[in-house]
Design a protein around this ligand. Sequence first.
Ligand SMILES: *Cc1c(COP(=O)(O)O)cnc(C)c1O
Length: 468
Amino acid sequence: MTKRSWAEPFKIKMVEPLHMTTRADREKTIAEAGYNTFLLKSRDVYIDLLTDSGTSAMSDRQWAGMFLGDEAYAGSENFYRLEETVREVYGYKHLIPTHQGRGAEHLLSKLCIKPGDTIPGNMYFTTTRAHQELAGGRFVDVIIDEAHDPQSEHPFKGNVDLGKLSTLIESVGAKSIPYFTMHATVNMAGGQPISMANARQVAGLCRKHGIKIFLDATRAVENCYFIRQREPAYADKSLADILRELCSYTDGCTMSGKKDCLVNIGGFLAVNDDDLADGARNMVVLYEGLHTYGGLAGRDMEAMAIGIRESIELDHMHARIGQVEYLGHLLQKAEIPAVRPIGGHGVFLDAARFLPHIPREEFPAQALAAALYVDSGVRAMERGAVSAGRDTQTGKNRFPKLELVRLTIPRRVYTQAHMDVTAESVCELYANRHRIAGLRFTHEPRHLRFFQARFEPVQGDRIIRDER
Ligand SMILES: *Cc1c(COP(=O)(O)O)cnc(C)c1O
């Protein structure tokens, strides 16, 4: 490490003015949005840390690429450019573009899962599990226990517990496991990476039993940056080489291009198996579009192809994760309860410890996200019991160990000063945490309820109560 601080490897060419609001405006707005930050209008938000999905700033090269869109229905130039890029960078043989990540998850789940099947993985992801369940499968989490402990400093909290995986294979039989879902990084654990050593061992075990592995490659390059930093054998390797090795342990991937790939829309399914690729090409025409565009315009595929190459630049990834760490360190210094170590795409506040007076049944993370918006116009996202939904068998609320609020950093969008303002607001709320009220549902949707649910404060009519 050098003694100097780092700075972004880009300069800003165009700016988008933000709409400034008052606290009184925000109290009204959040009540109208049912205390769900997903239901806020973007114009009412000051610093938008809801998600890093599709919110990145594209480079001038990507924008220039948009003008090279070959908007042919079939066989556009941009498809072939994207196919070549995915083959070269990720190393998979067949590319099936989709409108975004869940489109790819849908195809893969429908093609591979039979009712009654079990799909293990290193922690669930909302859309991934939903598609596995819709196909009749059951997701089983086999991540290491440290992943569920926000205090653990384990450097690879995304690792798979090989003991749990072996036991599961023995108990259900390899034949009822169509594939293993490998997340890199693990979003729901706080953007935590899986190590190369662990990925290799998982591949060894799965291959011994004839079980395929599909990578959720959404933030795989961010994962590779952590491997380079934390696994000594990789300290001098390029992100490109590390990524190729990681992918080599898997049989294909689902990808949300809206994260690592630096685009506002797009995704893909990539597989090595010829028959599976054939099946996916057959199915993609039903749900997404022809196999050479999969719901994307030619220009979108071009921007994604360029974004993929930018994503594996070390300077880019250093600045991306460096900014997340900058915010994380400000909060750590103030002793704010948050997931450790700091993850790749955001800082995850530990709402259960932040608001110990609010029982889990009153959704402390949902309440904290709403309170943060009222305090400063910063929009965050709940990642706890509301996101976890209900058990498909019992219909009861799931209460995962982690009850988090995610401050997600879009790539190349905000400055260090925006991070400072965010940290100040979180600290202010922490000092006044006893004033934050719990929430109850007034409307609960059936699928992925966190997106459209509505709430009201359990007592009173404000999320931040007056000092008594
Ligand atoms: C965003 C995301 C997805 C789903 O991708 P979309 O593009 O939002 O459909 C899948 N897995 C992970 C880990 C994600 O973060």
